[in-house]
Design a protein around this ligand. Structure first.
Ligand SMILES: Cc1cc2nc3c(=O)[nH]c(=O)nc-3n(C[C@H](O)[C@H](O)[C@H](O)COP(=O)(O)OP(=O)(O)OC[C@H]3O[C@@H](n4cnc5c(N)ncnc54)[C@H](O)[C@@H]3O)c2cc1C
Length: 867
């Protein structure tokens, strides 16, 4: 293996790392017939399981699931001795895999990669190792691990201590005898929580220094789960398939029970079952909404805290061990064996660093703000520079001499967590932007390796030699990764998922939280669409199908998936009466929207008879008149009523601080064009004239509407201008119908599959207006005179057939001199914004709408409303 440095060795591919990922990658590359060299800092295979030899080191995903599946014979021959195997057993397993497939011959051990540079003219990577060797390859694959770069100590004086120093992530191979010693453990993450009970058995005194209390549940370790073994023996392939297409990489029946609506009895029963089961994906699946709804999360967190208090005898210690600065699950929860019980031992003490921070490490021990401690040994269980640490440390320089560390200075950017622009032929396994640490990593690693191997095979077959993501593909994926995180509670925590454990590291949510299943589908879709978002080149050819693989907001996609499973008939196949019943039935279980101060129903005179209205008064504001917003619900002039947009009206009221008056109007086909529009104008006139008795401020009136409601709101503005009043301060048009031309591109692009279809729009028009009337500005306000209209806020949604006419109206108003704010609901559908508390990703858009409404009344709202 040792060649003079002047003659670089050449390989088709170099793999860095010989853990779970590197070993399987090597196997697959050799299967493809490529020449491969793997480089590994360690003295043997195993990665995580080579390095982390601390007492109590175990996996926390059941070993029945935390294993390779690519070798069916191995699966049958190997049996795990425990539900959660120990480090030595997992290391033995990985060694066996290496031997069984003869992988060691292609691995250079004790070889740290110190740098890699893309040689543009040669289209090869030039890699340097710690021994000074240079190796060249076409494909450079980082299997360097998510949790392989220990975090360096930030504690003042760390080098001064004269006693023994241990790092859980670099535990001595021969073990450490701590018998009779005074030991400090710094850190209470997974490694700390696993090792503390065992260190306590040896130490004469154990002091645990805790910065953040973490949630942990008992592992209830023992024999592997009989249930899982039975499922595997009955249908191994089916079980593995279910794991690959599950949310977290383990077959799990996801609950549809919401914490906030479940009875106390159901809550308790589900929690106790998960506590007794001792599995991470069990405790994370007590309620469907615990990861997104603070109230639901608090229920689970509260029950765990109860357990901690019931185990730990000293109330002060118990309280310090109760996590209270993050939502449950937003930092990786731990599995333990006797962790909390350990604090009942007389020689074990907890030091809460929030109460008494460490000032420095001294020659003899540790000094906190309040006390000096003497120790014989200090154990650092301080975690890792997760996900990006090992990649950046490997000093990778891409096109134009640009280092990866610089590209990622403000946070990592990847396409599918697999590649990054500017670094051709550089593949990263389980990198930021992939499910990785949020999943059973054995499953995620196999999926990544299979994808890379498939890609290299496809490239070879098509004669391509380089592959690199496009800027568009990558930025689209980055956005999707952040969109997925944004609807959860995860970004609120100071976790290593957010890079928050490493000083100076940018605060970005690193892994992909959309699920192993959704992720696998996205990767497959990219391939199916001809490597969408990648540019491939080869001798005399290039290919680039540029684009973004996921543009829809993740919760909208889930709603659409759920609706698809219900098999509802298309609205446009029903009578108006049946369509109304269906709409009411599907709204039964939706969340109610925010609390407001007061809701009252009443009746006002319309253009031809009484119109019911519902008035929403904001809470938490000083007594006194507020600006008024007259709101019209959506439903294609055919469907809808005061209930249908009730959550949105509450939301508009709470966010804007205005009194919202939602007015119903006559519907088609019973009352066709222009009945709805005339009712709308009549309602605006009446509300303006009765502002004071409604609790409004005379002259401070806006109109608003969604969909067809926005249509009649826009028409009412035109009629008010023509009639010389009433004075309207602004018009809020959410996904408005403003024209009867159904040929704009958005009708084509979004015509089917996003709830409001082109066919349904046609059905609405047919019910509402004769073809001869559809060009009338009272039906199609885009065709009217737009000069002198009130300032407008127009909201359009990407996946809405009405998107383009909304944009056209904004442009036309602008051209007519009307101030316009065009708000794009990115990744949303026509109905998204009305799905308050269901489509959580709509909240920022609704917040923007609230701001716009308030801006319509610059002098009227004396303080921020309560949201
Ligand atoms: C204590 C602990 C427990 C865990 N338990 C679980 C669990 O139960 N379930 C689960 O899914 N995941 C668990 N994980 C995550 C675990 O890291 C992965 O499951 C898996 O082992 C990762 O495999 P890998 O090959 O991607 O990376 P690693 O196993 O980390 O291997 C990466 C290798 O790359 C080498 N390397 C890095 N940089 C260089 C370089 N520049 N030059 C040469 N070599 C380099 C490292 O030495 C290392 O050996 C655990 C992690 C830890 C730390």
């Amino acid at each position: 293996m040792n060649k003079p440095p002047s003659v670089p060795e050449q390989f088709d591919a170099v793999v860095v790392g010989a853990g779970f990922a590197g070993l399987y990658m090597l196997y697959r590359l050799r299967e493809l017939g490529l020449s491969v060299r793997a480089l590994e800092s360690a003295g043997d295979v195993g990665g995580t399981w080579y390095w982390n030899r601390y007492p109590g080191a175990r996996c926390d995903i059941p070993t029945t699931d935390y294993a390779y599946t690519f070798d069916p014979d191995l699966e049958k021959e190997w049996t795990w001795s425990e539900k959660y195997a120990t480090q030595p057993e997992i290391l033995d397993y990985l060694r066996l895999v290496a031997d069984r497939h003869g992988l060691r011959s292609d691995i250079e051990f004790s070889a740290t990669v110190t740098s890699a540079r893309w040689d543009e003219p040669e289209e090869r990577w030039a890699i340097t190792t710690s021994s000074g060797n240079e190796i060249r390859c076409r494909y450079y694959i980082m299997a360097t691990g998510c949790l392989s770069m220990p975090k360096s100590s930030e504690i003042e004086g760390a080098g001064r201590f004269r006693g023994q120093v241990y790092f859980t992530s670099r535990w001595p191979h021969e073990g450490a005898d701590l018998t009779g010693q005074r030991v400090a453990v710094i850190g209470t993450g997974s490694s700390g929580i696993q090792s503390i009970p065992l260190i306590a058995r040896q130490a004469s005194q154990l002091t645990v220094f805790q910065r953040t209390a973490n949630f942990s549940i008992p592992a209830h370790n023992g024999a592997p789960s009989a249930d899982r073994l039975e499922q595997l023996s009955e249908d191994r392939d089916g079980y593995r398939h279910a794991a690959r297409w599950s949310r977290g990489g383990i077959p799990t029946d996801l609950t549809d029970i919401f914490g906030v609506t479940a009875s106390e009895e159901v809550r308790r029963e589900r929690f106790e079952a998960a506590w007794a089961q001792g599995e991470l994906f069990g405790i994370l699946n007590i309620f469907a909404d615990q990861g997104v709804n603070p109230a639901s999360n608090d229920i689970v967190a509260g029950m765990i805290r109860e357990k901690i208090r019931s185990i730990v005898q000293d109330p002060v210690t118990a309280e310090a061990l109760c996590p209270n600065d993050h939502y449950f699950g937003t930092k990786r929860p731990c599995l333990d064996t006797g962790y909390f019980e350990t604090f009942n031992l007389p020689h074990v003490r907890l030091v809460d660093l929030r109460a008494q921070p460490i000032v420095s490490i001294t020659e003899d021990g540790i000094e906190t703000a309040d006390e000096s401690f003497g120790f014989d040994a200090i154990v650092y269980a301080t975690g890792f520079d997760a996900m990006t640490g090992a990649l950046v440390a490997a000093d990778i320089t891409g096109r134009d001499d640009a280092p990866l560390g610089e590209k990622w200075a403000a946070g990592p950017s990847t396409y599918l967590g697999l590649m990054t622009t500017g670094f051709p032929n550089l593949f990263m396994l389980t990198a930021p932007g992939s499910p990785s640490v949020l999943s059973n990593m054995a499953v995620s690693i196999e999926q990544h390796v299979d994808w890379v191997a498939g890609c290299l095979r496809d490239m070879r077959e098509a004669g391509f030699e380089t592959i690199e993501p496009t800027a568009l593909g990558e930025s689209g994926w980055d956005q999707h990764v952040q969109d997925c995180a944004a609807i959860t509670l995860y970004p609120t925590a100071n976790s290593w998922y957010m890079g928050a454990n490493v000083p100076g590291k940018p605060r970005v949510f690193l892994p992909y939280i959309g699920g192993v299943d959704a992720y696998r589908k996205a990767c497959d879709d990219v391939v199916e669409q001809g490597y969408l978002g990648f540019r491939l080149t080869g001798p005399g050819q290039a290919q680039c199908h540029d684009g973004v693989v996921r543009r829809m907001q993740p919760d909208v996609a889930l709603v659409l998936e759920l609706l698809a499973t219900l098999g509802l008939p298309p609205m446009d196949s029903l009578s108006a009466a049946d369509a109304r019943s269906l709409m009411a039935a599907t709204a039964v279980n939706r969340p109610p929207g925010p609390e407001v101060g007061e809701v009252t129903d009443g009746v006002i005179p319309g253009a031809a008879g009484d119109l019911p209205y519902r008035l929403y008064r904001p809470a938490g504001l000083p007594e006194g008149p507020r600006p008024l917003v007259v709101y019209f619900h959506g439903g294609g002039w055919v469907l809808g009523n005061l209930d249908s947009d009730d959550p949105l009206c509450r939301d508009l009221c709470a966010r804007s601080g205005a009194v919202v008056v939602s007015v119903n109007y006559r519907h088609a086909p019973e009352d066709r064009f222009p009945a709805a529009a005339l009712d709308a104008f009549a309602a605006v006139q009446w509300v303006a004239a009765h502002a004071t008795e409604l609790g409004g401020i005379p002259g401070q009136l806006a109109v608003a509407g969604w969909s067809a409601g926005a249509n009649i709101a826009a028409v009412a503005c035109q009629l008010a201008r023509d009639a010389g009043g009433p004075q309207i301060s602004g018009q809020l048009l959410i996904c408005p119908v403003v024209d009867s031309d159904l040929t704009r591109p958005s009708y084509e692009e979004n015509g089917d599959g996003y709830i409001l279809t082109t066919a349904l729009m046609r059905w609405f028009w047919d019910h509402y207006a004769d073809p001869a009337d559809r060009g009338d500005p009272l039906a199609a306000p885009l065709r009217g005179n737009l000069a002198g209209l009130p300032p407008a806020c127009i909201v359009t949604a990407d996946f809405d057939p009405l998107r383009d006419e909304g944009v056209a109206y904004a442009r036309a108003l602008e051209a007519a001199g009307v101030p316009v704010r065009l708000t794009r609901a990115r990744g949303h559908i026509h109905t998204s914004l009305t799905m308050v508390d269901l489509v959580i990703s709509g909240a920022p858009v609704r917040a923007e709408i609230g701001d716009t409404l308030r801006a319509f009344f610059p002098n009227a709202v004396p303080q921020e409303p309560v949201s």
